[in-house]
Design a binder for this molecule. Structure first.
Ligand code: GSH
Length: 206
């Protein structure tokens, strides 16, 4: 399987799950700064021109959440559970895309990506709106995590990998996690996983 990635937010989910599962992956780096995601060869894989993309022979999967689920299902892993927990995982993945990481992602873009790719200063209005909305939805997740180790059931799932993806960048992206102790406790637990701390394939021996 080939996993097309770059060292940014959404590919981080796919790379972390691939490493956690020890999946047999050939990593293909896409240089977003050089616009490699717009090359005809890449657009033939993903017409959206975005990473990550997984190619399993002729089967191509884009969208990081779908890639995580695909890798887990292929490995027979409970990261994508096959019982009633699957609906719960889907619920949190959907909520994450629209609410939680949607706003954390805006802060990541405004504070980190704009500087990294030299595309202007943060937009104060976008930052203010995203910060307020992040706080609102972080409260929901913080309450849910009280008394829990993981987001769904008793074990790690792809929902944890998705929901926590912005947290390693919280300080630099000015994502206000400081007011949410359950979020921090949960993220510390994920930090015990090597695949979480170091998801990108620099861990692969050259
Ligand atoms: N919903 C997609 C989002 C993918 C996405 O936005 N990828 C960004 C990196 S985090 C990208 O490839 N940006 C390059 C571009 O838009 O040119 C997913 O979860 O995979």
């Amino acid at each position: 399987m080939k996993l097309y990635y770059s060292e940014v937010l959404n590919p981080r989910k796919a790379c972390a799950v691939a490493r956690h599962l020890n999946a047999p992956i050939e990593y293909v780096h896409i240089d977003l700064g050089k616009g490699e995601q717009q090359s005809p060869a890449f657009l033939a894989l993903n017409p959206n021109g975005k990473v990550p993309v997984l190619a399993d022979d002729d089967h191509v999967v884009w969208e990081s959440n779908a890639i995580m689920a695909y890798l887990a299902q292929k490995a027979g892993s409970d990261l994508w559970p096959q019982d009633g927990r699957q609906i719960e995982v889907l619920r949190w993945l959907s909520w994450d895309l629209t609410h939680f990481t949607h706003y954390a992602g805006t802060l990541y873009f405004e504070h980190l990506i704009k500087a990294k790719f030299d595309i202007g200063p943060p937009d104060p209005a976008a930052v203010e709106e995203a910060t307020g909305n992040f706080r609102k939805f972080a409260e929901v997740l913080n309450s849910h995590l009280k008394g829990r180790q993981y987001v769904v059931g008793d074990g790690l799932t792809v929902a944890d990998f998705a929901l926590a993806v912005s947290l390693p960048y919280a300080q630099d992206a000015k994502i206000p996690v400081g007011d949410f102790p359950e979020l921090q406790r949960w993220h510390e637990r994920l930090n015990a996983l090597p695949a979480w701390r170091e998801p990108f394939p620099s861990f692969v021996a050259a």
